[in-house]
Design a protein around this ligand. Sequence first.
Ligand SMILES: C[S@@+](CC[C@H](N)C(=O)[O-])C[C@H]1O[C@@H](n2cnc3c(N)ncnc32)[C@H](O)[C@@H]1O
Length: 309
Amino acid sequence: MAADDATGGKAERGTRDPARGARQRERGFALSDRPDFAGAPWQAVRWRRFGPSRKVPTMLSREERRLYWWLTGVWAKGRGAAVDLGCFVGGSTARLAQGAAHAGHGRTVHAFDRFTADDRAKAAVLYPAGIAPFAGDDLLPLARTLLAPWADRVVLHPGPIEETGWTGEPIEVLAIDAAKTAATADAIARDFFPHLVSGGSVVVQQDFLHDAQPWIAVQMERLARHFEPVAFVPRDSVVFLTRSAPTRADIAAAPVAGLDDAALAHWLGRAEERFAPLGLGPRIRALAAALDRAPGARAAWRFRTARTG
Ligand SMILES: C[S@@+](CC[C@H](N)C(=O)[O-])C[C@H]1O[C@@H](n2cnc3c(N)ncnc32)[C@H](O)[C@@H]1O
């Protein structure tokens, strides 16, 4: 299916208006001139394409929601499963599943999470989205209810991702929003990256530019020969095309959890060199600056503490 089919034939074209060009860049941009990503075609996805997925609360930005739908709805060819690591109550899963339903290939969306939330997270994300207040920290019943429209294509995997593991099926779309510690990032690479499809799958690192998780940029830099950056989608997502699926040995040789601050800074310097020509140099520098402010931190919450003092 062509991108225009998904967008009602109204994909945005190039513009000579500089203000409009700047607005388009604020919405993200392609990092590669590969035909399937050039021109940021996901930006033109119309909201009506989202169907019932619009009702599922999500922490994704509006541009990320478009990206997720577009990846399964237009870009994917049914070469493997879609995997959503860190789905919360299923907002990202619902957009992936709705896209897959639109594309018509029968691939399953596998959603992983602990499916727990404290009162603060419930009050910040769920209640403002219209979910009635509820007791306890278990999100699994709510996620099942919200994802009922896609029950035939969604499989939930409750528990710590480090322990749940993967079936071994090929993965075409891997969306990662759970690499909140360096150790989890290593476990995700170990269990999921070897099952990517060489030349035919994408990894969405949803926190790649988040200044509380600098190990993600380091991980992708250490594995750079396997992954080509193809898209930047605000707030912090970078999408990578899998050139070649890393083997278990490749991954074992590129851990991030054991690196000291100097080694992380070294790899962030290499990432900055690679991403500066793509327009993301300042964002990578911000990751290095965050690390300076939180020496030794290898968990996202520790960066938040460093910010607030
Ligand atoms: C930012 S939220 C994800 C938001 C979600 N993608 C959406 O669309 O709203 C991150 C999620 O990752 C989950 N998570 C973080 N670390 C995890 C781990 N080690 N194992 C399982 N889930 C984890 C959290 O429970 C949380 O729901």
